[in-house]
Design a protein around this ligand. Structure first.
Ligand SMILES: NC(=O)c1ccc[n+]([C@@H]2O[C@H](COP(=O)([O-])OP(=O)(O)OC[C@H]3O[C@@H](n4cnc5c(N)ncnc54)[C@H](OP(=O)(O)O)[C@@H]3O)[C@@H](O)[C@H]2O)c1
Length: 368
């Protein structure tokens, strides 16, 4: 945000991956080169000082004649790491750091987490009944949460780079996993990752297979199908069919079932073949929304990998016992969540938690 004489004269948000940073977007929107001379620039992250996909923001800020820069957070990217701040100060710009630091850290959580831990931020999202069922035992295809909760869930999707589900969910719900029913913009669809070690999707009945082509494997987004390598060499027409689709990436994993998810988490950043990454819109996967089902979610909780939880509670008793977040032992001491917020959404309640480790990581440099 650019403020001059107590008035906001320009605002900007960083464009999609590879595009202009917020500072440049705001300054470029002004009617003349001198319009921001003497103004104050407010940014969530320190203006960058290096050539990446875009030229350094610091150069643009200095060229605009900004007199003061109020920055919420220093940029932990080793290519920046306070050099942007230093350059601004060297050129006489007054710099304040740390204003609204916690809010900015929450907004930039995936980026900060990636820079500091070199692994994607993992957020679990699910809906459950009052008695903690994530689905009905009889398999009744009924939404648990209400339509407003689902609108929020769709909005949430665009905050993450990828959505991950298990094969059980893919086959039961035939989900599209796109961003649809929420306020615009709705043009950023995360990648879809389907974990199917037993290649059950390749063996399901024809009716489901056809339905999956227009939902999970539609060309609305990129879909990564993760299965064990032993199924690759079987003569499977469905694999050939998927291979023809430019937006589907097959990931045959050379590992035993219990090693599939660790392999995936480690290899995911390099998992997209380079030649395809050029033609697909492929930013690095810095954050993943885990949308279930219960078995997949339970594994992430047991491994203490869940950083954020978005939980919708619906006012029903689901009955049954099949679809719960089961664990062979209590996870009382290992799971350390802080409450971020709770909201009534119609008759549903949304509860949001952040893992203590992530909260500490986000604010870890202690300098702003
Ligand atoms: N309420 C909600 O928010 C919500 C969200 C999503 C889904 N659901 C419901 O949940 C039900 C499906 O859930 P589900 O538990 O049966 O299936 P799921 O969690 O969607 O899928 C399990 C899949 O992940 C694999 N998997 C699980 N743990 C693994 C591990 N440790 N390592 C490697 N692979 C692993 C399984 O492999 P194998 O095939 O080899 O066993 C299976 O393919 C559906 O009824 C759906 O409607 C509810």
């Amino acid at each position: 945000m650019v403020v001059k004489d107590g008035r906001c004269i320009a605002r900007g948000a960083t464009e999609a991956y590879g595009g202009r940073h917020a500072e440049r977007v705001a300054l470029d929107s002004l009617p003349s080169v001198d319009a921001a001379r003497g103004a104050t620039l407010y940014t969530t992250l320190e203006p960058c000082s290096h050539y990446g996909k875009q030229p350094p923001c610091v150069e643009r800020v200095l060229r605009a004649g900004i007199a003061r820069c109020v920055i919420a957070l220093a940029d932990p990217n080793p290519l920046v790491d306070r050099q942007g701040i230093a350059q601004l100060q060297q050129h006489g710009v007054e710099v304040s750091i740390g204003v609204c630091r916690a809010e900015a850290a929450a907004w930039h959580a995936p980026f900060l987490n990636w820079q500091r831990r070199q692994r994607p931020l993992l957020a679990a999202k699910w809906a459950q009944t009052l008695d903690a069922q994530l689905a009905y035992d009889g398999g009744e295809p009924r939404w648990l949460s209400n339509s407003l909760s689902r609108r929020y869930a769709h909005w949430l999707r665009q905050r993450y780079d990828a959505i991950m589900i298990g094969a059980g969910t893919a086959l039961a719900d035939l989900p599209s996993l796109t961003v649809r029913d929420c306020p615009p913009p709705r043009d950023r669809h995360p990648h879809r990752i389907v974990v199917d070690p037993g290649a059950r999707i390749l063996q399901c009945d024809q009716e489901r297979w056809q339905a999956l082509q227009t939902t999970l494997f539609s060309d609305a987004a990129v879909t990564l199908l993760v299965y064990r390598e032993q199924y690759r060499n079987r003569n499977n027409k469905r694999l050939d069919e998927l291979q023809q689709k430019n937006h589907v990436v097959l990931l045959p994993i050379p590992a035993a079932v219990e090693a599939v998810l660790p392999w995936l988490l480690e290899q995911l950043p390099q998992a997209l073949p380079q030649e395809r990454a050029q033609t697909l819109y492929c930013p690095p996967i810095e954050s993943i929304l885990l949308e279930g089902g219960p078995r997949l979610l339970a594994w992430f909780f047991q491994q203490q990998l869940v950083d954020v939880a978005h939980v919708f509670i619906a006012p029903y008793i689901g009955g049954g016992s099949r679809h719960r977040l089961s664990s062979p032992r209590p996870l009382i001491d290992t799971l350390d969540f802080q409450l971020v917020g709770h909201h009534a959404i119609g008759d549903d309640v949304l509860i949001e938690y952040i893992g203590h480790n992530l909260a500490t990581t986000l604010l870890s440099d202690g300098k702003g």
